[in-house]
Unconditional design. Structure first.
Length: 77
């Protein structure tokens, strides 16, 4: 993302929208990296930027699918 002369961007926490600052850094509440405001898909980029986050999301999706499939199979009886 390029910045025009004299233009400033606010950096925000993907999880805490009230945490804003003029420069990049980390969120004082959760320690996540701040991302430029109004950047498309910032939370998705943040999640996929960490193997730990990708693994957590994969496990959560697998558990959710298993629960839904079990509920569906129980309703078919």
């Amino acid at each position: 993302m390029e910045q025009k002369t004299g233009e400033t961007y606010a950096y925000i926490c993907p999880m805490h929208g009230d945490v804003r600052q003029a420069n990049p850094g980390t969120c004082p509440k959760c320690g996540m990296s701040l991302v430029p405001e109004n950047t498309r898909f910032t939370l998705l980029r943040h999640i996929t930027g960490s193997r730990k986050h990708v693994a957590i999301m994969a496990v959560l999706m697998a558990v959710l699918m298993a629960v839904l499939m079990a509920a569906f199979m129980m309703s078919m009886r």
